[in-house]
Design a protein around this ligand. Structure first.
Ligand code: FAD
Length: 318
């Protein structure tokens, strides 16, 4: 079932959902199952599976030339989604990126998903790879997520790259896109970022999932601004409980979000990470209770491979 159908069917009740990362190359699917087994009792409406480009470095050879070496791979987004849908009968949502894909690769990726009965995708640009300062699309790839949304929407209307393709059956994807209550790191202003978000919705996006935030006012103000800008699709809040002291600097650095002073002070006072985890869980429970009371469509958790704290939060909230 599509995400927007889940939301409609819930009739104003807040859904539970979460995101998982494919494990690093060499691990197996069991570590994904362990995370899901821990959370399945809360009836997730859908489970997102992130997509990661290969990470590589350039090593200097004796002759002075540079050699490209892959250092990290997280394989299997499509396979993991198929395995989740088959084992748990829960809708799995693969993330699909502009980065690393040309339009043909994108079409092939989507044909595979359609074939496997996967009817949701989260369409993203992706970040710049480590060796580049700014995001660079592939030759004949997409520069922005709204172009990717447009390609998916075209396939939903039966338009494929090759107009002579014999079987051009329309696909039927529900398309999600990302948004940033505290602004995307490259956007000149929040207002401009919202205008570009509207471009994604106008191109065919059916719903929005936000970047994590730790102050609900930022989410509610953002939703108000989106509505004023004419964005009327569901806006699902993304949540992440803080679990370690090092995240105090890692989260603002990597995701460009602020942490409220009260939360920072409480974490700094903690003697160890067990205490930090407790503070993070309590903070997130309060956030979730208030978001749920305001009737948000879903509470969507970034598991980052850890599910125990999300289980404690879900027990308190659902
Ligand atoms: P876009 O919507 O294309 O926006 C990127 C930037 O370009 C923004 O600053 C925007 O303001 C600007 N912009 C947009 N349109 C235009 C235009 N027409 N002209 C000029 N500027 C424009 N990354 C991964 O690698 N894998 C994942 O699985 C993944 N999952 C994510 C899930 C969620 C819910 C979120 C919030 C992020 C996720 N990311 C993931 C990170 C994401 O790829 C990055 O944040 C990326 O930098 C931006 O992606 P986007 O789709 O929001 O880009």
């Amino acid at each position: 079932m599509k995400v927007t159908e889940h939301i409609q069917k819930a009739q104003g009740n807040t859904l539970f959902s979460f995101e998982i990362l494919p494990p690093l190359k060499g691990e197996n699917v069991q570590c994904i199952y362990n995370t899901i087994d821990n959370l399945i009792e809360f009836n997730p409406a859908f489970i997102d599976v992130t997509y990661h480009r290969e990470e590589y470095v350039y090593l200097e050879k004796e002759n002075g030339l540079l050699e490209k070496k892959v250092v990290r791979k997280r394989p299997g987004t499509v396979g993991i989604c198929a395995a989740i849908q088959s084992k748990y009968k829960v809708d799995a949502i693969p993330h699909i990126l502009c980065g690393g894909f040309d339009k043909e690769d994108t079409e092939n990726f989507l044909i595979d998903l359609d074939f496997l009965g996967i009817s949701n995708v989260l369409a993203l640009r992706g970040d710049a790879i480590k060796s580049e300062i700014y995001f660079k699309p592939e030759r004949n790839g997409h520069h922005y997520a709204h172009d990717l949304v447009a390609q998916i929407e075209a396939m939903n209307a039966g338009t494929y790259i090759d107009e002579y393709m014999e079987t051009n059956n329309p696909t039927n994807f529900d398309i999600g896109v990302a948004a940033y209550p505290e602004k995307h790191m490259e956007a000149a202003s929040l207002q401009q970022d919202i205008l570009y978000l509207k471009q994604k919705v106008d191109a065919g996006a059916d719903y929005i999932v936000t970047q994590m935030f730790f102050d609900n006012d930022k989410y509610f103000q953002f939703v108000d601004k989106c509505r004023t800008a004419g964005i009327n699709v569901p806006i699902i809040p993304g949540l992440k409980p803080i679990a370690t002291k090092s995240q105090l600097s890692m989260i603002p650095h990597r995701f460009k979000v602020d942490l409220p002073d009260d939360l920072v002070v409480d974490i700094i006072k903690c003697k160890d990470n067990a205490a930090v985890k407790q503070v993070g869980v309590e903070w997130c429970i309060e956030q979730c209770k208030s978001l749920k009371a305001q009737g948000v469509p879903a509470l969507h958790f970034y598991s980052m491979g850890k599910s125990d704290n999300i289980k404690t939060i879900a027990q308190a909230v659902f």
